[in-house]
Each structure stands twice: as structure tokens, then as C-alpha cells.
Design a protein around this ligand. Structure first.
Ligand SMILES: [Mn+2]
Length: 319
């Protein structure tokens, strides 16, 4: 991480019960050498009103457990990708397990997460994060500094997530895009799927617009499709994609804490992600806010989360 972060000794991650897509599990950060890594981040900075750990903290393991439901294996034809997944992904894909809760302050935990993810980015690894609530994105945004290149954020969400703090808590799930706006290595952001009402007030909307965020509401997507939005993302840019599960319509993604009607559909987002992977350099992404206890009994939200990662992953590497 260079000069900005103190040296942190990176202990082993927690091995998951089952691995993502049966990829090899590597829990020793010193042994990480991969083209693509999946890593679980169960915990963010909690709000006083919420339980700890929250329901979203269980999502990494439940999503992994549904791997056989969202892919039958690397040699099976994937009709979203028009190819078997194994022919469009690089050879070295690993599951890094979950970053455990750091005993101590949230400052310590966030610094640890930033160092862990920064090590992967510094190795040139494409990183896909399984949250956790949307607060887990914040230390990952800090880790993007390790890339030493400007990064554009593509954000799917029902909500703006631009609160500087909620009752003094600065790194909770209502704040990741505000946090991004304060970081010089973040070159811009495209926020897609906003609708209804959430923690944002007029002041946060005006701050986002003043920053230059490209805000694409759900009603605009439903009227115009996502093609104009794709055109607004700079070609060739390094892009990090953060997907809040509640950006999707709750009929397709019921397992969320903040369902809002009128959301985006998989059939809109998946082709967008594939096109984005062709147009830009996807440095990584996350899927956050999946709440397994609220999911349908067939775990469709976790399956959809896995399919979103596969669509992004399959498009991001030359076939
Ligand atoms: Mn969010």
C-alpha cells in the first residue's frame, strides 16, 4: 500500500464452508497470486439501531453455497456468455475466504480490510467482494489507491448512499458513495437505479450533482434502457462496480433489508455488465446487501448475485 498506510501484518482469512465456484481456497495473504479473487467482507461499521452481526454478514457463505445453482461448472455452456465459463476466465481464480472481524476499533478493522484488499489490487488481481452491507465497500474504495490509476465507480442501488455520516457513524451502508467522492483516485461515478426514498435529503442530492455524479434513476432506465448510460462511462477506464442488491427489483431480489418497488431487472443489468466488461477494464466489484434470512426459500437472491458476478467476470476477460 506504499506510503499512505502503516504496515499491517496480514493474518490468515477465515476459510469458508464451501468455496465460490469450487475455486481453490487460499487463506494466507502471502500465498495470493491470482488473476481473479473472490473475498468475503461480512462486517462494516454498524449503526446503533442495527443488530451486530447483521443478516447481510451471512451472505458470503450462503452465496458460495449456491454456486452449483448459478453455474454447473466451467465446462458447461453458459448461455449468458455464449461460451462455457471456463473458456472465458483466466487460469488462476481463487477464493480468499472471509476477512475476520478485527478485535478492536472499527478504525482498526477498516485499515485491515484496506490492507488485505490493497494487497490483491497491488498484485494486479481482479477482486470481487461478497458483502456484507454497503458499508463494506468503503475500505475497498480506499484499497483502490493501490492501483495507482484513476478509477470510475459504477453503482447500482435504489439509494444514493451519499450521507457523510448517520449519527456520527461515517462508514455505514448509507455513506459509500459520499466516501468515494472524497478520494482523489476516484475519477467519477455513475449511479443507476435510484428510486423511492431513503436516507438522502436535498443536500445530499445537490452534493452528488455538484461532484459530477451521473445519476440515472430507475424511471429513466425503464424509459430509455441502459444504452445511454453505457455510453456515458469513459471507454477504457478502470472501473469498479458496486452492486447493492436492492438496486434490483424486489420481485427478482427479495432477500434485501430495504426493498423498493420499481427496480431494475436482471435482464437489464446483466447485458449492461457484459458490455461494460468489453468497453472498460473491470478492476473489481462487489455485491452487497443480500440478506439471506429474507430471501425466498429457493435462495433466488443469492443465485442472482452469483449470476451477476459471472456475467461481469465472463465479459471482462478475452474469450
Ligand atoms: Mn447501498
Amino acid at each position: 500500500m506504499g506510503e499512505m498506510q502503516p504496515k499491517i501484518a496480514l493474518g490468515p482469512t477465515m476459510a469458508p464452508a464451501g468455496s465460490f465456484l469450487d475455486w481453490p481456497v487460499v487463506t494466507d495473504p502471502n500465498a495470493w497470486s491470482a488473476d481473479v479473487a473472490v473475498i468475503g467482507l461480512p462486517h462494516s461499521e454498524p449503526y446503533a439501531k442495527d443488530p451486530w452481526p447483521n443478516d447481510q454478514a451471512s451472505a458470503p457463505d450462503v452465496i458460495r453455497a449456491m454456486s452449483s445453482q448459478f453455474s454447473d461448472g466451467p465446462d458447461h455452456w453458459d448461455f449468458d456468455l455464449d461460451a462455457p465459463l471456463g473458456t472465458v476466465t483466466p487460469p488462476r481464480c481463487i477464493d480468499c475466504g472471509d476477512v475476520p472481524w478485527t478485535q478492536g476499533s472499527y478504525d482498526d478493522h477498516a485499515a485491515h480490510v484496506t490492507a488485505v484488499i490493497g494487497k490483491l489490487f497491488g498484485n494486479g488481481t481482479q477482486v470481487f467482494v461478497l458483502g456484507g452491507d454497503h458499508g463494506v465497500t468503503i475500505p475497498v474504495l480506499d484499497a483502490l489507491a493501490a492501483l495507482k490509476t484513476p478509477v470510475h465507480i459504477v453503482h447500482f442501488d435504489a439509494h444514493l448512499d451519499w450521507r457523510p455520516d448517520i449519527e456520527g457513524v461515517q462508514r455505514g451502508y448509507s455513506s459509500p458513495l459520499y466516501w468515494a467522492s472524497t478520494r482523489p483516485w476516484i475519477s467519477g461515478m455513475t449511479q443507476i437505479g435510484l428510486r423511492g426514498t431513503g436516507s438522502a435529503r436535498r443536500s445530499e442530492v445537490e452534493a452528488a450533482l455538484a461532484y459530477g455524479s451521473c445519476i440515472v434513476t430507475a424511471k429513466v432506465v425503464h424509459a430509455e434502457g441502459l444504452e445511454p448510460t453505457l455510453e456515458s462511462v469513459p471507454a477504457g477506464a478502470a472501473v469498479y462496480v458496486t452492486i447493492d442488491a436492492d438496486g434490483l427489483d424486489p420481485t427478482e431480489m427479495p432477500g434485501v433489508m430495504g426493498p423498493v418497488p420499481g427496480g431494475l431487472y436482471f435482464r437489464q443489468i446483466a447485458p449492461f455488465l457484459r458490455a461494460l466488461g468489453q468497453k472498460c477494464r473491470i478492476v473489481g466489484g462487489d455485491i452487497v446487501e443480500v440478506a439471506p434470512s429474507f430471501d425466498a426459500s429457493n435462495h433466488i437472491s443469492c443465485i442472482t448475485a452469483g449470476r451477476l458476478i459471472i456475467n461481469l467476470l465472463g465479459a471482462a476477460w478475452p474469450g
